[in-house]
Design a binder for this molecule. Sequence first.
Ligand code: NAD
Length: 367
Amino acid sequence: MTAKRIALLPGDGIGPEIAAAARRLLERLGDFEFSEHLVGGGSIDAHGTALTDDVLDACRGADAVLLGAVGGPRWETTDPNAPRPEQGLLGLRKGLGLYANLRPVRPSPALVDSSPLRPERIKGTDLLVVRELTGGIYFGDSGREGDSAHDTCEYSGGEIERIARVAFEAAERRAADQGRSPRVTSVDKANVLETSRLWRETVERVAGDHPAVELDHMLVDNAAMQLVSDPTRFDVLLTENMFGDILSDESAMLTGSLGMLPSASLGASTPGLFEPVHGSAPDIAGQGVANPLATFLSAAMMLRHGLDRAEQATAIEVAVDSALERGLRTPDLVGGAPPAVDTPAAPGPNEVGTEAMTDAVIEALAA
Ligand code: NAD
């Protein structure tokens, strides 16, 4: 196996702590070559911009990009001309042409009690939201005239087709990995919207190339309801930009813990970007208590969706579950308010920091 090149962008706040933990885990797992670069606030301090052309080029030249998180109060400003850390993320998405956002929701069996849903309802949930990221109403013409305003939702067949292919291929990979048959639920509002009718027709056509995948269509209002009443019925949920924005946050909260949620953004032939859903958590930065698991699970997504190493991805996921089953919890998983900056919380019986959690996952990996 040739070494895969990973551009590691630790970022700000807890970013460097969780990125270092992920690097340690990956170095134990296999042969990876890392190059580390500044993005976000750190890049603003050093270069006056949240993403330099050199860093974007380094990302383009890598096999995958793994990011911690960016931002913090230090760079918050009301000056519209001042650079902002999030511009680094937007620049990466645009510069790498990332049009597909993937968010898996797989509550760890040891954490089913953290879900706002009853354990019997959430148990067995294992779904993937595939959201179109660069089209639809967020990017259409918008404007105001007098006391009226408009936002236009537009999709081309090509835009729908490429995101549908991502969803069908992801469904096939997940099913092969888990030894079951694949299913895609395409979510739209085809009873009202013309873009949704084009969406449905196009998804049907793409389905013709994936005969092993069972396809069903669901209206978005029904999908919002089914996600909380019967989340186990979903495998891959494919949807457009705005519906995906709402449904991916709804499904993310099924797990009940922000520190556990990974994500991937993929383009056509460029490297994908893999990052935890949470931010830079400035309130706990530097205390060694950040939960590294969302970043580990993002690294697993990188292996599965970006580097074609599904077995290693599964190994990380199993090791994370195993550390949690041993009862280890970072403070965010124990509950209660996060510790104040200058008074780190005293560890409880199973409470561990970033380093001990990382050790436990690495140990489980070796086992
Ligand atoms: P946040 O996700 O950083 O933090 C929200 C709460 O969750 C905090 O109490 C934090 O301590 C806790 N938390 C988050 N991740 C954790 C982890 N891994 N382990 C333990 N606890 C964790 O959201 P916020 O406070 O709204 O934003 C802080 C900064 O992060 C802002 O500057 C924001 O713009 C930025 N942000 C960045 C990204 C990104 O880089 N993708 C995403 C969201 C927010």
